[in-house]
Ligand binder design. Structure first.
Ligand code: ATP
Ligand code: MG
Length: 385
């Protein structure tokens, strides 16, 4: 048999460092920020922005896109726009950030003997030598700002516009406004703050579709798979997690030479990224819960990521018969499903009346679960263990 075609064709486009050409569902925010900078710099006035949003909400992608778009947009008030990106996560002091900024305007100073304001003078000279609007992107700025930075104030106050200007974007998960000193706050009024809401499931599915088209072989993933990934990532609204899952599932498919991603590959990827269910948790489940999970995992093995609750109930009844166990009433079946949902083992989606619910399971690869559950149910039935 000839090997199946690979799923993952352009892995680098799923890499966190890859900057996508557009940001699905962030067009409005990007356009708003772009317009504000363009209008202000066009008048020769620097502009500053506080950008806030949860983990994986697209903050870094948005500012990098903003910087690239402004750079490409041509001169404003006669000057080109350049960006300097600094990740302040591990450089949470004014001096270390300043050293990075100096490098961005091609000046190097030894890391000693200079005060912050001397460094800033040299920095401004660097800009004047090459007149430009410099857009300084300070990513992961929380600890810097919480340490009562002077740098933010100093950078937001340099006004030498004929020979160049300095504009800021401060990026953080939390709102930094309360941590700014009163003098800096005046640069970050209400029109200078932008908050990115977490992505919802539909937005995540669209982002996944866009990124999957870049990275994966056409025909190797279908909308159901993307929706399954989106559903898993939706409670966090985290696009990075969603893309990691997609990439993990694509790898799982390729490792197996499957030629296409199945929902089982997604479950496997989730299991390796977030081992949320431990064997200890499984040990704690009731025999009723185990039985329902087992029929669900058998039904889902290799087929789809969810099933109708009615089908599951019929399947479960057959399993009980097979095990010579007493039948389960509809109420007990529903209560058991609800318990599993509460424990985060299944997801229930009620479409109108309860009977037409969809039951989904993303926690574990069905194959792994089946083995474990069959073992335990076997033990329970023979009275051992
Ligand atoms: N709207 C979008 N369209 C396409 N890709 C996106 C979009 N939003 C985010 N991504 C991708 O999702 C990943 C996470 O986004 P990003 O790194 O910008 O999040 P973040 O808000 O900076 O997260 P953190 O707080 O962890 O730094 C990146 O790979 C990014 O390219
Ligand atoms: Mg980021």
């Amino acid at each position: 048999m000839s090997p199946m075609a690979k799923v993952l064709l352009k892995e680098e486009t799923l890499d966190p460092s890859y900057l996508p050409s557009r940001l699905v569902h962030r067009e409005k925010e990007l356009e708003l920020a772009f317009r504000r900078y363009r209008d202000s710099l066009g008048k020769g006035i620097p502009y500053h922005l506080l950008l806030t949003g949860g983990v994986g909400s697209g903050k870094t992608a948005l500012v990098r896109r903003l910087g690239a778009d402004l750079e490409r947009g041509g001169r404003l008030a006669g000057l080109p726009v350049r960006t300097a990106y600094v990740n302040c996560w591990r450089r949470a002091s004014d001096r270390t950030v300043m050293l990075d900024l100096l490098r961005s305007v091609h000046v190097s100073l030894p890391d000693r003997g200079y005060s912050l304001s001397e460094m800033l003078d040299v920095f401004e000279q660097g800009i004047r030598r090459n007149p430009q609007h410099l857009l300084v992107l300070l990513d992961e700025a929380s600890s810097l700002v919480r340490q009562e930075t002077k740098l933010v104030y100093l950078l937001s106050r340099s006004h030498e516009v004929e020979l160049g200007s300095i504009s800021l974007v401060l990026i953080a998960v939390e709102d930094l406004f309360p941590f700014l000193d009163p003098a800096s706050r005046s640069s970050f009024g209400v029109t200078h703050r932008l908050t990115l809401a977490p992505y919802d499931r539909a937005a995540l599915a669209d982002i996944l579709a866009f990124r999957a088209e870049l990275a994966l072989r056409p025909g190797s993933f279908d909308p159901d798979i993307l929706d399954q990934v989106a559903r898993i990532a939706a409670p966090k609204g985290d696009a990075r997690f969603a893309l990691e899952l997609l990439s993990g599932a694509a790898h799982a498919a390729d490792d197996e030479g499957a030629g296409a991603i199945s929902s089982e590959h997604v479950r496997r990827a989730k299991g390796s990224i977030l081992p949320t269910v431990t064997e200890t948790q499984l040990e704690a489940l009731s025999t009723n819960q185990l039985g329902v999970l087992l029929s669900l995992s058998r039904m889902l093995k290799g087929r789809g990521s969810s099933t109708a609750s009615q089908k599951l109930r019929a399947n479960h009844a057959a399993l009980l018969e097979e095990l010579h166990a007493p039948a389960m009433s509809r109420t007990t079946f529903w209560r058991t499903l609800k318990e599993l949902e509460r424990d985060g083992l299944v997801t229930l989606e009620t479409g109108g009346s309860g009977e037409s619910s969809q039951v989904a399971m993303d926690e574990l690869p069905a194959s792994f679960l089946s083995t474990l559950l069959e073992e335990r149910l076997g033990r329970a039935r023979t009275g051992k263990g």
